[in-house]
Design a protein around this ligand. Sequence first.
Ligand SMILES: [Zn+2]
Length: 253
Amino acid sequence: MDRKEAIHLSDDEIEFYVDFELQSSGGIFDEKILRIEKHIIDCDSCAKKVSYEMKFAKEWEMWLHTSHKKNNNGLILGALEVLHTKLASEEIKNKVERWISTWKGYGQAAMKVLFDEQENGIRKLTGFIFDGMKGLTRPDSDWVFDYSTVLEPARDSLGDSLERKKYNEVFLKTATDLLTMNMKIKKSENKLEIIFSGLSEYEELPLVLLVSEVGSCPDIREFAFNDKEKKWVCIFDNLKKGRYTLAFEPVEL
Ligand SMILES: [Zn+2]
């Protein structure tokens, strides 16, 4: 091993390699890829990480493709019914009743949330997924989410920057475009944060439902108005690693 190879691959390099392998049709010469490949051949520990990442990325892809078949609003409806018996606040209880009876459990918007922590030095995925969630969403909803992006240096010699999606950070676009809504998973704080700006403190904001796929009780939260920053904030803290479905109560904003 020369000196270069003695330095292990970073998480970013592994992610870059896995992305490249899964997306490219092959045959593209890339110096960075060649360097990574050369390292993997000599280094068992990095090869192990790469193979784990590759497996996980493929599973995620497969899960994305099949998840729409499993989706129906029964998941949200069931969660709301469980919560209804437990809720202490009459106000939230009334909203949940309306969500069940008027909206039959369909959300204004729904998405998957993946929250996975670092484990034995192997990085897992954290992010939002919208694909295949139509079955949980009310038909006339105008909420469209998009991932935030960052600019990455080019992979080729042409020097064009690449836009990379940030899966843990999304924003909402509506038909009116008056709303600014950001959702972010803060991994280090075990926290999911949703912020609405551009809405007055007199608006009625939707409840947010978070249903864990590992069987722990669903959680429902309200937005609170932050007077200082003039923003509506909803926070789920103490998140445990796993997969969740998140849904917004149908509300006209
Ligand atoms: Zn290595």
